[in-house]
Design a protein around this ligand. Structure first.
Ligand code: PRP
Length: 205
C-alpha cells in the first residue's frame, strides 16, 4: 500500500485531478464527506487529506510515502524528503509587499509580518537587513494596514488580496509551484511503484 498525502483546499482539486488522469482515481474524494482517508484497494493506494502545510511532515516521517506540497512549504520547513517532480500547478510568487508609498527606514529594524518566518529571515539576512519578525497564521495583509508591521512576506497568486487591501508588491523573493515529494526510505523500498507514479505524472506536466 502506497500512502499519498494530498493537500486540502485550493491546490487539492488540481492535484487530485492529476492522480485521476494517471488512473489512480478515487471519486469518493470529490464527495465532500468529512473523511480524511480514502483507500483505493485494487490500486494499492491510500490517500490522506492533510493541511497543505502538514504534507511535508507526513512524508518526512514516513506516515505518507509520497505527497504533493507547495515549494513555499518546502522552503519554510527544509523537510528531509526527496523532491521528485515540479508539477507546474499551484503557481504563485513569494513576495515582499507593503503600502504603495512605503520606503525602508534603514535606521530602524524592519517589522515583517509573515507565516514564512524562515524564508523571511533568510531573505533579509542575505541583504544584511536587520528585521523584527512578527509570526502570523493568516490574513497577513492586515498587518501593514493596521500598523502592526511595515511590510509582509507572503505568497501572491492572483494579486486580488493585495489589491483589495491597498498593498503592492515591492520585491520578488521566489516563484512557487507544487512538487511531488517522497519519503527517503519509502523511495528506496517502493522504488518501482513510486517511480511509475512519478513518470506518469511527468508526462502530464
Ligand atoms: C493566501 C496568501 C494571501 C492570498 C493570496 O492566503 O497568504 O493572503 O492567499 O492570494 P491571491 O493573490 O489570489 O489573492 P490563504 O487564502 O491561504 O489564506 P490565509 O490568509 O489564511 O493564509
Amino acid at each position: 500500500m502506497i500512502n499519498i498525502a494530498l493537500p486540502k483546499g485550493r491546490l487539492g482539486d488540481s492535484v487530485y485531478s492529476m492522480f485521476e488522469k494517471i488512473g489512480l482515481e478515487c471519486s469518493e474524494i470529490l464527495s465532500n464527506t468529512r473523511a480524511l482517508v480514502f483507500e483505493v484497494k485494487d490500486k494499492g493506494i491510500r490517500y490522506l487529506l492533510v493541511k497543505p502545510s502538514d504534507v511535508a511532515i507526513y512524508v518526512e516521517r514516513g506516515t505518507a510515502d509520497i505527497g504533493v506540497v507547495g515549494s513555499d512549504i518546502l522552503a519554510e520547513t527544509s523537510a528531509e524528503v526527496y523532491e521528485l517532480l515540479d508539477l507546474d500547478i499551484g503557481k504563485c510568487n513569494m513576495v515582499v509587499a507593503a503600502k504603495k508609498d512605503w520606503t525602508d527606514d534603514l535606521d530602524l529594524p524592519l517589522r515583517v509580518a509573515t507565516k514564512y518566518t524562515r524564508v523571511a529571515l533568510k531573505y533579509f539576512e542575505e541583504q544584511s537587513r536587520p528585521i523584527d519578525i512578527i509570526k502570523l497564521n493568516g490574513s497577513i495583509e492586515l498587518a501593514p494596514l493596521l500598523g502592526l508591521s511595515d511590510i509582509i512576506v507572503d505568497i501572491v497568486e492572483t494579486g486580488t488580496t493585495l489589491k483589495k487591501n491597498d498593498l503592492v508588491v515591492h520585491q520578488h523573493i521566489m516563484p512557487i509551484s507544487a512538487r511531488l515529494i517522497a519519503n527517503k526510505s519509502s523511495y528506496k523500498f517502493n522504488y518501482d511503484k513510486i517511480d511509475e507514479i512519478c513518470k506518469k505524472m511527468g508526462e502530464l506536466v
